[in-house]
Design a protein around this ligand. Sequence first.
Ligand code: SF4
Ligand code: SF4
Length: 417
Amino acid sequence: MDLIQVYTDQCSLCGLCIDVCPSYDTVDVIPSLCDYISEGGQTEEKKPLEYDIRLCYTCNVCTVACPEDLGIRKLIAASREKKTKIRGLSKEQMLVDPFSDNNIYKKVGEWESPVEFKNEGRKSKVVYFPGCAASCMNKVVGKSTVRALNAAGVDYSVMSGIEYCCGSVSAGAGNTAPLEKLGQRNIDEINSRGSEILITTCPGCYRAFKMLYPQKFENIQFEVLQTAEYFARLLDEGKLNFKREMSEYTKSNAKLRIYYQDPCHLTRALGVYEDPRKVLSAVPGVELVNPTPEGSICCGFGGGVRTSFPQKSIDQAGSVHEYAKSLGSDIIITNCGGCMKNIIEGGYMSGKENESNAGLPVYDLAEFISIACGSAPTERDDLKLIYLSNKSLCDCLAHYDFKPYEELAAEYDPDLK
Ligand code: SF4
Ligand code: SF4
């Protein structure tokens, strides 16, 4: 059925979606977006948009809250698609296009080399696909995942870097060309390695291989698993051997209290929330403060909000720390390179404004698991991560004027060296 007809028939304008939405505060947004989408079809804007559709984090909180499984996001997606068709790609949309010179990952790669994985391009039972984010931007995720795989004795190879972009983030921003161009090539490469399992860390890559590729491409001869799902399988097979008692990371030697931050695109959109909790709960000396995703909040990174509204995005990330602290957590663990970066940034910013509000330590799931399995902690520099990611946005977008980290420039700015 036509999307607008579905809303006409099923949406009672009850406002439950608005009650939980971090971006919109009136149910009027629903009829307004319906009008925008329907009037003039896909080729003409008969009415200007009344609400700023760039404010949506694509977190899906509204869809989960809706008794009819509707929410606002579906209308936002259709509105963004229409706007892109009529007005063309914006500079922000080009930032994640792997064929654009203005790609933010390429920009960071000019200053600091992407991760050099050892097991590239060979036949293997398992293929790890770190994606652009874990290869070039938040490298802790890529490095930690292979450490965990090594600790479990897995036979794997890696497909890394921008040359193996999945195209999903670009498609989410309304630019489907990279996905169309790269999807079948990625599938063929994995098949040619004779691989049975593909593992992704990034929820965007996972969505591409799990949901989008099967709708568009053929001959997927392998199973697609997110890192947490694969770790859970390794645990069941007795291959994930924890060697560290993680309570040693607390001052009192009481159990380490973990807040697991559900990445919106993994939990609400793709239903992966039990396996990360199962794996974390098996680590000696820990206690999960949120055993279910109920009440989980968006980190503020998604939907392009981080680029268009940086302060709003960072404030939202700060609220993850507040929520985790209210549950008595010692640390936050997440399962997405983008969420991790934003939450680190939110904690840094809160502490800068008021020292007593400084954030909790933030870990990636694979990083934590690899440490628990006895690997040396992955080398990381959180301030460099947030500095370079902001600098890449400043360099790629002339109008990006969010420059709050001048205190870090002397140490990290590659242009000053
Ligand atoms: S989309 Fe769903 S939750 Fe929102 S107003 Fe309509 S029926 Fe209510
Ligand atoms: S996806 Fe999230 S930010 Fe977007 S409309 Fe729904 S609740 Fe609001």
